[in-house]
Each structure stands twice: as C-alpha cells, then as structure tokens.
Design a protein around this ligand. Structure first.
Ligand code: ATP
Length: 299
C-alpha cells in the first residue's frame, strides 16, 4: 500500500502577458505565454484522519494552512468527484516565493491533485485533472503541464509550445507580496480601452529557436506598469539587473518578483550577485527553463 506520495512542481514566468479589457465576469482575456522555471515546491500526501495542511520553508509563515490553501481545495475537489473523504495530510515544502507572481499557490494546487490522485488510486485521466485545475484557478493547468504554453481565455486554455534550448534566468524576490486582483484593478485604472490580446509571433519564434537575445527583444508584460505603480521601488531592482548585464528585465506576472533573462549561466550568476549586493531585493536566485510540470518524485 502507498503510504506517501511526493510531487515536485515548478514556478512559472510569463514571457508575454498581454491583457485585454475586463470581461463582464470580472476576468480579463489574456494571451499569456507561460514558461516553467526550475524553482520548485514539493507536496507530500500521506493518509490522515482528516484534511490537514502543513508547510515548511523560508516563506512558510505566509502560507494559509486552512481550506483556502489551493492544495486543500485540490484535494477536496478530487475527493468530491470520486465520492471519497478528503482525509489526507498535505505537507508543502515551499521554495517558490509567496505572492510573488510566480504561481506558487497554483503550483501547490496542481501538485496536491497529482499526489492525491496517486495516493487514492483514483486513476483520473489527464483531461479530468486539467478540468479540476481550471476550476482551481487560471494558472493551475499550466503548473500541471509545465514546459511552455500559450494560455488564452483567462489563461486556462493551453496550447503547448516548442522550446528549442535552455534559457537562464535570475529571479529577485521582493519584500512583501502584491495582490493579483489589486494589480488587475490598477491595470483597469491605467489602461482604459485595452486592446484584444494576441500572442507575439516574434516571441514564439524566439522560444522555438531557443534564442535568448531574440526572446529578450520580444518579452512584454502588460501588468508591469500596474505592478510598478503599486510598488515604484521595483524600478531600482530592474535597473540593477540591466546594469549587471541582463538581456531583459521584467516584472514576473503580477509581481513583485522581478525576472532577468541572462545570456548564459555565468552571466546569470553575475546578475544574481549584483542584485544581492544592491540591497534592492530580498534575495536573488538563478534558475533555468523550461522545466517539467507536476511530477511524482517518490511514492
Ligand atoms: P499568481 O502568479 O498565480 O498570480 P502569486 O505567485 O502572485 O500567484 P501565490 O504565491 O500563489 O501568488 O499566493 C497568492 C495568495 O494565495 C497568497 O497570499 C495566499 O494567501 C494564497 N494561497 C493559497 N494557497 C497557497 C499556497 N499553497 N501557497 C501560497 N499561497 C497560497
């Protein structure tokens, strides 16, 4: 009998985030190019008398341990679908910055789903798992599939994308998070009459070619002005990374994590050192992309 299942799940960066006007349901239509990056959370599922969440890691105190945690919601949704009780202990080993625009909560939702599916032997199909992910949140399906993908609709309709090489990144975590809904509200205020979002052909070609210089010229994030309006100090962090040799610097998703695309491994290390020394961020980490989606690593 399986007594524990551990699933490893990556963070993401949006290399293009094109945002349309607010829809009547409050969501925004997006053209969202996701790239999974090798910063990982792990979720371990073990049988328990009732649903319980624990978390360890540097940001653990910022993670809700109640039923609002996306890992708990994932377990509940899967259990409800199969007529089971969601009696499971989910331990999250958290390495993805919390409320950092890197989809850490979404990652844990996808990981918990895969872990519970394996632990309970539910044998849900990939399509069913993706369906539950979309119910959990717009970024959750991508955490399941990983790699690179174009998300349309509110970001949850995924088309896998080809990536022709390894990209080297630096991610600078900021003190305190930014609320994603607050950033979208600021976007609506700053961008009346936003255009219908479309994926950039130049960006997709750069990913296919695995060409960091071409990718750097094509990255865009429509939420960046809104995130910077709420957190003006991000401009300093972005400037330090560029001065240290980054090919491109951008706010990751809704921020406040900032992302720096480097020419290679050595350059990424130098950018991370400069960011750490500058005191303009809480920490700077190197990571490569693409990375695989939620994967069972033991159990
Ligand atoms: P996104 O990039 O998808 O907008 P994010 O990376 O900015 O998300 P998360 O780390 O996912 O932000 O956290 C956003 C909020 O979600 C947190 O402040 C927290 O209250 C809540 N949350 C729910 N489940 C989790 C989880 N497992 N890990 C972290 N935060 C969670």
């Amino acid at each position: 009998m399986t007594v524990a299942v551990t699933v490893r799940v990556p963070a993401k960066v949006n290399v293009q985030l094109a945002v349309g006007p607010a829809r009547p349901d409050g969501f925004h239509d997006l053209a969202n190019v996701f790239l999974a990056v090798g910063l990982y959370d792990e979720v371990t599922a073990t049988p328990a008398d009732s649903l319980r969440i624990t978390c360890s890691g540097p940001d653990a105190d910022k993670v809700p341990l109640d039923r609002t945690n996306l890992a708990a919601r994932a377990a509940e949704l899967l259990a409800a679908r199969y007529g089971l009780a969601p009696d499971v202990h989910l331990h999250i080993t958290k390495d993805i910055p919390v409320a950092g625009g890197m989809a850490g909560g979404s990652a844990d939702g996808a990981a918990a789903l895969v872990a519970c599916d394996a632990l309970w032997g539910t044998g849900a199909s990939r399509a069913e798992l993706l369906d539950i992910c979309a119910e959990l949140g717009s970024d959750v399906p991508f955490s399941l599939v990983g790699g690179a993908a174009l998300g349309t609709g509110r970001g949850e309709k995924l088309t896998p994308l080809e990536v022709g090489g390894t990209f080297h990144w630096v991610f600078a975590a900021a003190d305190g998070g930014l609320s994603t809904p607050a950033v979208y509200r600021e976007f609506d205020r700053l961008t009346p009459g936003a255009a219908a979002p479309e994926a950039s052909p130049a960006l997709l070609a750069a990913l296919r070619a695995g060409d960091p210089v071409a990718l750097a010229a094509a990255v865009t994030n429509d939420l960046q002005p809104a995130a910077m309006s709420l957190r003006p100090s991000l401009a300093e962090t972005l400037g330090v990374g560029l001065a240290a040799g980054a090919l491109a610097s951008l706010v990751s998703g809704s921020g406040p994590t900032t992302a720096f695309l480097a020419e290679g491994e050595e350059s990424a290390r130098k950018i991370a050192e400069a960011l750490t020394a500058s005191g303009t961020c809480r920490s700077a980490r190197v990571a490569t992309s693409p990375a695989p989606g939620a994967t069972v690593v033991s159990g």
